[in-house]
Design a protein around this ligand. Structure first.
Ligand code: ZN
Ligand code: ZN
Length: 380
């Protein structure tokens, strides 16, 4: 006859009370284990939790033995999980939920546990009013972020939208770190205007989870001092991150174009008209070749119009498919982008200043307004 603890005896319907050969009396220590777990998470705000088990094998072989020797089908892992959930729930008043705010992985074999605090996600849009601001953190390569003379002891090459948004958010949520997941990115020297670019802000290991978003929005906007402005729209989930990162929203740009020769306004209008509703063949631009594979991408220009022209300077508005490089659409990039404004005009030209004035899509409708795959078929 096996000796078992009370709980295992009840569950298995056999045995005599004694040192438990099935659970090693872990089930008698649930209360103490729960207290140890709660001590570790007492600083974290949470509404739900989940308990998982990690086994190294001795419990599995015990289950195999029970089945073989006594014909008993037991699931100790599940019994342990149920007991822990019950104890944590009753001590905290919080509910168990798959993928809850706090994940507890318990190992019954050495009574160790691991705590995973789920990140907080917030959906919003940012406006970038200044140039020479990177979207994501751009550390100084000379010192790898340590701070050196090259980077003026800032540890970074450019200040970033991410720094400006993340710093107040991490502080307010009392998190470990933060990340900005943008729906695409503008060039460092381009501004992002209009209604802003959709993003998901992620704060890892937050101690607070229910921060008033308008308060956070105000804090970010104050700290950013007009360089960046955010609108925080709603709390989001981890599933929204790929939706935003993989989104292929159409964009509208405003570019200040400089011509290296005299051009007639009518010719510019005609060339822009020719670009309208045209598929552009674009080889990876020379300026990004060092970090992107050299290939030809096909992207559509939906609209192109002249806003203003004065001498050898024009302001143009371009509505394009996601992924089209606008600077190269204008300059032609030594024939790597075809057709281009320069090619159609027969005059060298380049973008002096670039602004993104609209990113057409977002999660506001609970849905992507633009289906990423919808454009794929039209590309040839
Ligand atoms: Zn037991
Ligand atoms: Zn440095």
């Amino acid at each position: 006859m096996m000796t078992l603890c009370e709980k295992c005896m009840e569950r298995l319907g056999t045995g005599t009370i004694g040192d438990c050969v099935v659970c090693g009396n872990v089930l008698d220590r649930i209360d103490e284990i729960t207290d140890r777990i709660l001590e570790k998470i007492e600083d974290y705000e949470f509404e739900s939790f989940d308990v998982g088990m990690r086994l190294y094998g001795s419990i599995n072989s015990m289950m195999g033995f029970l089945k073989e020797k006594y014909g008993i089908e037991d699931d100790l892992k599940d019994a342990l999980r149920r007991e822990l959930v019950k104890a944590i729930s009753s001590k905290t008043g919080k509910k168990r939920e798959i993928g809850g705010d706090i994940g507890i992985i318990f190992c019954p074999e050495d009574l160790s546990f691991q705590i995973n605090v789920k990140s907080v996600y917030i959906y919003g849009r940012y406006i970038k009013r200044v140039r020479n601001l990177s979207q994501t953190r751009w550390i100084c390569r000379n010192c790898m972020g340590e701070g050196c003379e090259v980077c003026n002891f800032e540890g970074r090459k450019y200040l970033s939208v991410e720094d400006l948004i993340i710093n107040p958010a991490v502080e307010i949520f009392q998190g470990d770190n933060g990340f900005l997941h943008g729906a695409g990115r503008e060039d460092v020297d381009a501004r992002m205007l209009g209604a802003g670019r959709p993003f998901i802000l992620e704060i890892s290991k937050p101690k607070k989870r229910s921060v008033n978003l308008s308060m956070l929005e105000k804090a970010i906007n104050e700290m950013a001092g007009g360089k960046v402005e955010v609108r925080l729209i709603s709390y989001a989930s981890t599933r929204d991150v790929p939706k935003i990162k993989n989104a292929r929203f159409q964009k509208v740009y405003r570019a200040v174009v400089k011509f290296r020769g005299d051009v007639d306004e009518e010719d510019v209008v005609r060339a822009l008209n020719e670009l309208k509703n045209t598929i552009i063949n674009q080889r990876t631009p020379k300026r990004v070749m060092h970090r992107r594979a050299d290939r030809v991408r096909k992207r559509r220009v939906y609209g192109a119009e002249l806003i203003l022209m004065k001498g050898r300077t024009a302001v143009v508005k371009i509505h394009a498919e996601s992924g089209l490089y606008i600077k190269e659409l204008v300059s032609g990039d030594d024939g790597r982008t075809k057709p281009s404004l320069a090619e159609l005009l027969g005059v060298e030209c380049y973008v002096e200043k670039l602004d993104v004035v609209a990113v057409l899509g977002g999660l506001e409708d609970g849905n992507l307004k633009y289906n990423p795959s919808a454009f794929m078929d039209q590309r040839r």
